[in-house]
Design a protein around this ligand. Structure first.
Ligand SMILES: [Cu+2]
Length: 112
């Protein structure tokens, strides 16, 4: 299992020993994330558990310094933790070329 701590403008590093306030499971498949719209609360420690239903994908939160590889189906999952410091709407997208619809593979993360 791989864990990556993302932070930059709107996201801060999450302490590894703290229990997440919210765990969100996300499945990636050509060419969508499910769910594709998530809402979290400002200040909470969020953990995304990312898995693929087919090939290799990626998960990038644009402008947040978060970009991880999601292993292909059967090769496990990846977890990303962050604290959403600022309210707003953020785009996330696939960051590994995965086929014809790759550029359509995106969603919205709302922090409120
Ligand atoms: Cu892709």
């Amino acid at each position: 299992m791989q864990m990556l701590l993302g932070f930059l403008l709107f996201f801060s590093q999450a302490p590894a020993d703290r229990r997440p306030d919210r765990v969100v499971s996300v499945v990636a498949e050509r060419f969508a994330f499910n769910p594709s719209k998530m809402t979290v609360k400002q200040g909470e420690l969020v953990e995304f558990v990312l898995a693929s239903d087919d090939t290799d994908h990626g998960f990038r939160i644009v402008g947040a310094g978060i970009d991880v590889a999601i292993p292909q189906q059967g090769k496990g999952e990846v977890r990303v933790r962050f604290v959403a410091k600022e309210k707003g709407s953020f785009v996330f997208e696939c960051s590994r070329p995965c086929g014809a619809g790759h550029n359509l593979m995106r969603g919205t993360l709302i922090v409120k």
